[in-house]
Design a protein around this ligand. Structure first.
Ligand code: EPU
Length: 342
């Protein structure tokens, strides 16, 4: 099989921050066969540091990549229906939002709240993507992976993926070992629309919609995201840059007594824990809409760091460090980055 490896390849178009960096080598992989061929025939190539790239929407390059970038572009969506249950399988290279709209068009319910999340299907399990009250793990059935240590394909079920909030086995313990080639979801022909997230209910009411269809939900979620979040094709960003920190309830109570006039924004997060809105913490520290050169935080959502034009990855990283220090100094909470730093 012909494998076309490109040298000194520009990655600006392949990371949604739009940071100008180069990969020593770059290859596009359209099929499982090509992936297996890369691993066996070109075994030496894969020995060097390699990076699996999907949509490049959760990564910040702070320097050139001195190895092989493997860009997964495996296409295809197929489904089977059994009673009310629908099984949908998509190639890792499919754009996530295209899968959402394929499902909405076919009346397959379950991922409409995840409309307009940037990135590819293959990246979705890595950080258990989530938005507006739904996480991938709620509909995930299994994924096919290529094990770069053993050189073979296998299947991971939901339990094996060890999903939690913006985390999985692929992002933690097994980082860099497996390449996801396709993902299978369990969806339904009988929608249970999830409007639990405040902004969805408010937007539906504004549009006078009482009995929302899954298309209504996908439309409303897309509208909310478009209004709140910068479009990566015009302003570089990678969505939420930090995770929302989870702290013990007692810690929040202590903060509330230290800052009696402050109305903290938080949600319950399991027994005795709360998730505090990181965007709110950042805004409290005066960082919302600020910029340092071309690096900044978004005017409508301080949790999103942006590249206004020509910021380097390290300038964006330095800004994130300043934000972490300020939030720590004021609230004693250390924000954790959600985006992968390279
Ligand atoms: N808030 C502020 N100031 C800000 C930003 C937010 O006060 O600058 C407050 C808002 O007023 C709101 C609360 O914080 O009451 C939560 O904000 P939002 O609804 O925007 O959600 P989030 O917690 O900041 C999370 C996800 C997003 C996802 C939204 C909607 C994380 C790290 N982020 O953001 O996911 O779209 O909920 O479900 O969990 C992503 O992961 O890249 C991402 C965009």
């Amino acid at each position: 099989m012909e494998l076309s490896v490109k040298e000194n390849f520009p990655l600006k178009k392949y990371n949604t921050f739009g940071v100008e960096v180069f990969a020593k080598q770059y290859i596009e992989i359209h099929s499982e066969e090509a992936l297996a061929a890369l691993f066996t025939a070109q075994g030496a190539l894969i020995q060097q540091p390699s990076l699996i790239l999907g949509g490049g929407s959760n990564i910040l390059f702070t320097r050139d990549f001195e190895g092989l970038v493997i860009h997964i572009t495996i296409p295809g969506i197929r489904h089977t229906i059994s009673g009310n249950a629908v099984t949908v399988t998509a190639g890792a290279g499919v754009i996530w939002n295209e899968l959402v709209w394929y499902c909405v068009a076919h009346q397959f319910a379950g991922i409409e709240n995840l409309a307009l999340i940037p990135g590819t299907v293959g990246a979705a399990p890595v950080q258990n993507i989530g938005a507006y009250g739904v996480e991938l793990k709620d509909v995930f059935e299994r994924c096919r992976v290529f094990d770069t240590q053993r050189g073979e394909f296998s299947t991971f079920d939901k339990e094996a993926c060890r999903f939690s909030y913006r985390e999985s086995y692929f992002k933690r313990e097994a980082k860099g070992r497996y390449i996801i080639t396709e993902v299978t979801l369990q969806l339904s022909l009988t929608p249970v629309v999830n409007t639990s997230y405040g902004a969805i209910g408010a937007e539906l009411a504004k549009r006078g919609i009482a009995d929302a269809t899954i298309k209504d939900i996908a439309d409303v979620v897309s509208a909310i995201r478009t209004e709140k979040l910068p479009n990566p094709s015009t302003i570089g960003n990678a969505g939420s840059f930090f995770k929302n920190p989870i702290v013990p309830v007692q810690y929040l109570t202590r903060l509330q007594s230290t800052f009696p006039d402050t109305h903290f924004v938080f949600y319950p997060a399991g027994p005795d824990q709360v998730k505090i809105a990181a965007g709110w913490l950042i805004e409290q520290c005066g960082w919302k809409g600020k910029r340092v050169g071309d690096a900044g935080t978004w005017k409508n959502q301080a949790l999103v760091l942006v590249n206004h034009k020509n910021a380097s990855g390290s300038a964006i990283y330095d800004l994130s460090e300043r934000i972490i220090q300020d939030v720590k100094a004021r609230f004693g909470i250390v924000l954790e980055r959600e985006v992968n730093i390279l």
